[in-house]
Design a protein around this ligand. Structure first.
Ligand SMILES: Nc1nc2c(ncn2[C@@H]2O[C@H](COP(=O)(O)OP(=O)(O)OP(=O)(O)O)[C@@H](O)[C@H]2O)c(=O)[nH]1
Ligand SMILES: [Mg+2]
Ligand SMILES: [Zn+2]
Length: 296
């Protein structure tokens, strides 16, 4: 736990641990405290203390976590203002399903989301145009898109601007360059980074813990490990359409009141996809999440 400039090693008061269990003793959270939590504590000596209570969280970025006795909530970061969802142009290949999961989780946790398309140095001009074209769809939904490369320093200016004086969480698959981007903005962070396998096109899960850093130019940022399985937490998949802003204007116009917008006849959402009013890739994310729940 950090207090001013002091870092204390803390244990949790027993009452606090018990409060995070159900009446039957089942764990409700992967961990009662999360990075970013504000706590009430008692200092025991120069190095140690006890966390007495956790203050209510203003926002949270959570995922569903497979506990021993069923799914529980894992709060990855509490109280952040925004998430920066990082994808790479290549190495690893761009995955819109994962991106959409992150955007839904940000929405569910009351956080702003910015999309950062990294490794722009790996694509040529034609591919760059195709990418910007693809992402205009997200821009229309109100998301700001940043195009970055750790090898093009001007490309990092906007990222710095976005992070300044805010508390942000950097998320994205392993190997997209989350830690590298932070190192590029602030070299003394010295975060460990890892190569992406040429054959596997996968990152090596170099960052293993969620860690919080203060930025010299103002603000705080949490670097996170590339999450392999982003199970949706706090999202009722029956109401999944409410997490897709582009579906909102078409809701309530389907033949069936309880339409899942997957295979039903006379469905306003499916019609809007065919008419090009809802992007086909986004609709595919919807169908995957709606029909398979949290698994992909
Ligand atoms: N060409 C290119 N490579 C990059 C860029 N950003 C990062 N990399 C490389 O991508 C690899 C993975 O970078 P990391 O920063 O470790 O990725 P990460 O997202 O933190 O990965 P995890 O910690 O495993 O989740 C490293 O070899 C980086 O040098 C970029 O803009 N362009
Ligand atoms: Mg990392
Ligand atoms: Zn429908």
């Amino acid at each position: 736990m950090q207090h001013g400039g002091i870092v204390l090693r803390c244990t949790l008061r027993g009452t606090l641990k018990r409060r995070h269990r159900s009446a039957t003793g089942r764990r409700l959270y992967a961990d009662p405290v999360a990075v970013g939590d504000q706590v009430i504590f008692t200092q025991l000596d120069a190095e140690e203390g006890v966390v007495e209570d956790i203050l209510p969280r203003e926002t949270k970025f959570s995922r569903q976590y497979a506990g021993k006795h069923g799914d529980i909530e894992q709060v990855i970061v509490a109280n952040a203002h925004q998430i920066v969802a990082v994808v790479a142009t290549l190495m690893p290949p761009l995955n819109f399903r994962t991106l959409d999961r992150f955007l839904i989780l940000a929405e569910a946790g009351d956080m702003e989301a910015v999309i950062c398309v990294n490794k722009m140095d790996l694509v040529d001009a034609t591919q760059r145009d195709e990418l910007t074209e693809t992402f205009t769809n997200y821009e229309k939904l109100g998301y700001q898109i940043l195009y970055t490369s750790i090898h093009i320093s001007e490309s990092l200016d906007t990222l710095q601007h976005i992070l300044r004086d805010k508390f942000s969480v950097i998320i994205g698959a392993s190997g997209v360059g989350k830690s590298s981007l932070l190192n590029a903005l602030q070299p003394d962070l010295g975060l460990r980074t890892g190569e992406v396998g040429i054959r596997t096109q996968k990152g090596k899960h170099t960052t293993t813990l969620v860690e919080l850093f203060s930025l010299d130019f103002g603000g705080e940022v949490a670097d996170t490990p590339g999450i392999r399985e982003v199970g949706l937490w706090g999202v009722n998949t029956e109401n999944l359409e409410h997490y897709f802003p582009e579906m909102e204007p078409h809701l309530g116009q389907c033949k069936y009141n309880d339409c899942a917008h997957v295979a039903e006849p006379d469905c306003a959402i499916q019609n809007a996809v065919e008419a090009g009013e809802i992007h086909a890739e986004r609709y595919r994310s919807y169908v995957v999440l709606r029909t398979e729940g949290t698994a992909e």
